[in-house]
Design a protein around this ligand. Sequence first.
Ligand code: UDP
Length: 346
Amino acid sequence: LEKKIAILEGRIPEKYPDVKYLGYKERKRILVTGGAGFVGSHLVDILMIQGHEVIVVDNFFTGRKRNVEHWFGHRHFEMIHHDIVNPLYVEADEIYHLASPASPPHYMQNPVKTIKTNTLGTINMLGLARRVGAKILIASTSEVYGDPMVHPQPESYWGHVNPIGPRACYDEGKRVAETLAYSYAKQENVSVRVARIFNTYGPRMHVSDGRVVSNFVMQALQNLTITVYGNGKQTRSFCYVSDLVDGLIALMASSYTLPVNLGNPVEHTIEEFAVIIKNLVPGCRSTVATGAAVEDDPQRRRPDITLANTHLKWKPKVSLEEGLQRTIEYFREELSRTTFYNNQTY
Ligand code: UDP
């Protein structure tokens, strides 16, 4: 409660020692699509603490009110239950366009919705940015590189995407979103920023989100078998959510308009990752098992973050161990307050 009051009063909680509190003149009206989601809600926290007025738009397909409920009632905070596939009319100085299912099982479950959100939804947000003269940041993804033939991946790489595979709704959806952004920039003079976000993890990931971090941590905490898909030799590089949010804010503020990779270049195989998580959970008795491979699973992924470093002076600060420890604590609390049936959360 004390922390909640500190947040509501605009005092900076201990958790955010680096946040700069802005004066009245610097205050902006900022729209965050997908603001009740995992990344969106962390971004909203920082923007609110900085003193901005924040409008969250979410259809709650994967986002949750709980992620932002600590801001309910704050005079700078507004939440709209809306699907951006339909037009939206609000005033804003900046738009962070984050709305989209992002976990492979989620977006594969409803590929049509995923494609609509990333195409129609992005057109609506770019149209809004044009009408009100807002700067807009599009959340793109490392998935635009597909199963990459170049390693690590620089922004100049055009990618290797299967246009009709199970991941295509997301990969191609985001590729079109980028194309739309630069088309609006060229034809309509919209000020765009494009962040290519690599694997991100941290508190507020959903326990049944289906991505590797949430799955492995939940399995380790319950002494269940840790399920590695395929032989586990595929690699990923994981960025803690607060680092990503710093990168998004730095990109919005910068004058650099081409796509920028945001991610942590520390790369591990999924097999190594299973062991790292298991070892971070004291007394964990889980075993690690390999299983069937996932179709079109990218085999290697690591961001080249030279551009972000040069233009945004950004690089991740939180180590994998520290980030995972905070994430494990979050999931431990989630477990204690959630009901489980047949290893499924409800
Ligand atoms: N993965 C796994 N076990 C799981 C979930 C995922 O081995 O329970 C693997 C998955 O096949 C992929 C990697 O972990 O190679 C990352 O998957 P995730 O769904 O987190 O994100 P992606 O990077 O594929 O979008």
